[in-house]
Design a binder for this molecule. Structure first.
Ligand code: ADP
Ligand code: MG
Length: 242
């Protein structure tokens, strides 16, 4: 894919993301009303509409386009999620200066996670977006670097990992953000920021699938050879991943 095509893909992903967030606005707000202040859907929707406007005047360069989305989210989303989403996209966009490759997207993903963690001071298990981002990023990196998957397949597995991460937030007690004020009462509710992270990843995957012309099931488990399941697998190195 040349840079112009990569830029088209990023613009299309931003549009798909904005549409999905608009569709899920009420649902995200419902999730945030249970353990927050009922603004996550509206915040994200405002941010992505602003991002599409800003993209109209942005240069066709992958890093520049992603940075532009980040700037829009920082200025428009507000709350805790704005600086986390937007600031991390801005920072991680620097990894895309050479364009989109398997290597650069792994670096982008790692830098994004690192920045969210640095800024929000949340770790896995605190019931935040970090619980969706961490398994997604670790799975993407491992799928490319260890399992030799192509980026599309790796992204499919990352989406699947994020989905499990989101489900994992429900039984947790929140330790960061507004939800933490509720203490034990936050248990039993799915985290809004982890949920919006999953939606965005699903949209990026959908657009990647169009551009990379593949056909991968989102459910990574479908790829497992059933025969391998019969023998108890020997763990190949405890890497401490979630
Ligand atoms: P606010 O909480 O300020 O109203 P939003 O409702 O837009 O902002 O976003 C809430 C989401 O932000 C939470 O569901 C959680 O995923 C995420 N979040 C909040 N605080 C943190 C943090 N310190 N680190 C990571 N994510 C956080
Ligand atoms: Mg909120």
């Amino acid at each position: 894919m040349d840079r112009d095509t990569q830029s088209d893909a990023i613009r299309e992903a931003a549009e798909a993301a904005a549409d999905r967030i608009a569709e899920e606005k009420t649902h995200l707000t419902e999730l945030d009303s249970a353990i927050g202040d009922a603004d996550h859907g509206a915040n994200m929707d405002r941010g992505f509409r602003a991002a599409l406007e800003r993209l109209e005047d942005a240069d066709d360069d992958p890093a520049e386009l992603v940075k532009t989305i980040g700037v829009a989210l920082v200025s428009e989303v507000g709350g805790a999620a704005g600086p986390l989403y937007g600031g991390s996209l801005m920072k991680a966009s620097g990894e895309l200066e050479e364009g989109l490759t398997a290597e650069s997207t792994v670096a982008f993903a790692e830098r994004y996670l690192e920045t969210v963690e640095e800024r929000g001071k949340a770790s896995v298990g605190d019931k935040t977006m970090v619980d969706a981002i961490t398994p997604a990023v670790h799975t993407y990196k491992k799928s490319i670097e260890v399992d030799d998957c192509d980026p599309l397949e790796a992204l499919g597995k990352a989406v699947d990992a994020a989905e499990r991460g989101v489900a994992f937030t429900t039984p947790l007690r929140a330790k960061k953000g507004r939800a933490s004020y509720l203490g034990w009462r936050s248990v039993g509710h799915q985290d809004p920021g982890a949920t919006s992270t999953l939606y965005l990843l699903e949209e990026v995957f959908g657009v990647a699938r169009e551009y990379l012309d593949g056909d991968v099931e989102i459910d990574a488990e479908a790829d497992v050879d059933p025969e391998q399941l019969e023998e108890p697998a020997v763990e190949d190195g405890a890497d401490g991943g979630p």
